[in-house]
Design a protein around this ligand. Structure first.
Ligand code: NAD
Length: 337
């Protein structure tokens, strides 16, 4: 099947092209992001491939349908950027990559924790500058600290396993409990209890209407003073303005972000020669106790290969009407998310 891959980045060409050849799919790349204005580029393609920050809302889907597109293959697990109901109404099939490497994201979440705790982001600059002072770099033992995981699915569970190895006590909050995690000593509690009793809170739930701004002023106020907050899930799970208030008051001790509410205008491109237009993001960058990465949690060789292969399998699945059930993005999935 011919497929136009939107928001294509150099880093993925090799993986996507190799998988396309294996699955006998014809792929064309465009760096252009998918939205209602650009959808017509897909004229003549039965399928398009969309990335995390592409806009797959109703107006885009309508334009895609007009252009003759029947399938959307997401090269991501999250599908919060898709109007699933509109896709079903318009008869456009949508598939995603539900699991590629939970380890990639879990390891990145833990990397953010260790960086913030031991202040590696500051230490590296000091040493480069010939400053070997230790003042201001004091960390804490991870061993014995309580980590609260919001969302204990594939990535939350992988994070729990790493942290259990450190000797952390684990709390979990999820709408569906994962019994396998009891063996690690993880205790399920309410969101309120998790906020009140955790030294570190790490977010691993999807972005849904229920989780949008789950971390708001009230949640932050209920957290321990000095708490470390890590978000590798989706930016809008956190109210960024509330986060800044929490940092300014000193209630939040440190923040590690791999995602940001308005990342669509920033991430995955080189803006180093331009003036930052997002004042909220600019403010976040000024805190010494905030580390931000540009949505790179998934960015390992193993994950890229798995994403490419599942995306191509989904494209051939569209042709033969056998997309694996767990890869299909449907109203039922929306209801259980
Ligand atoms: P998953 O579906 O395996 O797990 C998500 C968990 O969140 C499930 O256990 C679910 O029950 C729980 N959940 C759903 N709604 C909830 C709610 N209201 N409150 C508490 N828990 C809730 O998904 P996953 O593979 O572990 O991925 C989690 C999220 O990580 C994805 O949705 C995506 O947004 C994000 N992600 C980020 C990156 C990155 O590069 N930073 C990469 C992949 C995924």
């Amino acid at each position: 099947m011919r497929c136009l891959l939107f928001s294509s980045r150099r880093f993925e060409h090799e993986f996507m092209d190799r998988a396309a050849a294996t699955f006998d799919q014809t792929l064309e790349h465009t760096e252009v992001a998918l939205n209602a204005q650009t959808a017509r580029l897909a004229e003549g393609f039965p399928a398009v491939c969309a990335f995390i920050n592409d806009d797959v809302s109703r107006p885009t889907l309508e334009e895609l349908q007009r252009a003759g597109v029947r399938y959307v293959a997401l090269r991501s697990a999250g599908f919060n950027n898709v109007d699933v109901e509109a896709a079903e109404e318009l008869g456009i099939g949508v598939a995603r990559v539900p699991a590629y490497s939970p380890h990639a994201v879990a390891e990145h979440a833990v990397a953010l924790m260790l960086t913030l705790n031991r202040k590696l982001h500051r230490a590296v600059h000091r040493v480069r500058d010939g400053n070997f002072e230790l003042d201001g770099l004091l960390g804490f033992d991870m061993h014995g600290k309580t980590v609260g995981l919001v969302g204990t699915g594939k990535i939350g569970a992988a994070t729990a396993k790493i942290l259990a190895g450190f000797g952390c006590a684990l709390l979990g909050y999820d709408t569906h409990e994962n019994p396998a995690l009891h063996k690690l000593g993880l205790r399920y509690v309410s969101c309120e209890e998790l906020c009140a009793d955790s030294d570190i809170i790490s977010l691993h739930c999807p972005l849904t209407p229920q989780t949008r701004h789950l971390i708001n002023d009230d949640a932050i106020q209920s957290m321990r003073r000095g708490v470390m907050l890590i978000n590798t899930s989706r930016g809008a799970v956190v109210d960024t303005r509330a986060l800044i208030r929490g940092l300014k008051s000193g209630h939040i001790g440190s923040v590690g972000l791999d995602v940001y509410e308005e990342e669509g205008d920033l991430f995955f491109r080189d803006l180093s020669n331009t003036v930052m237009q997002d004042d909220i993001f600019a403010r976040l960058l000024t805190f010494p106790n905030v580390v931000i990465t540009g949505h790179q949690g998934f960015f390992t060789r193993e994950a890229l290969q798995a994403i490419a292969e599942t995306t191509m399998r989904n494209l051939s699945g569209f042709e033969y009407d056998n997309v694996p059930a767990e890869n299909q993005v449907t109203r039922e999935l929306l209801a259980t998310a």
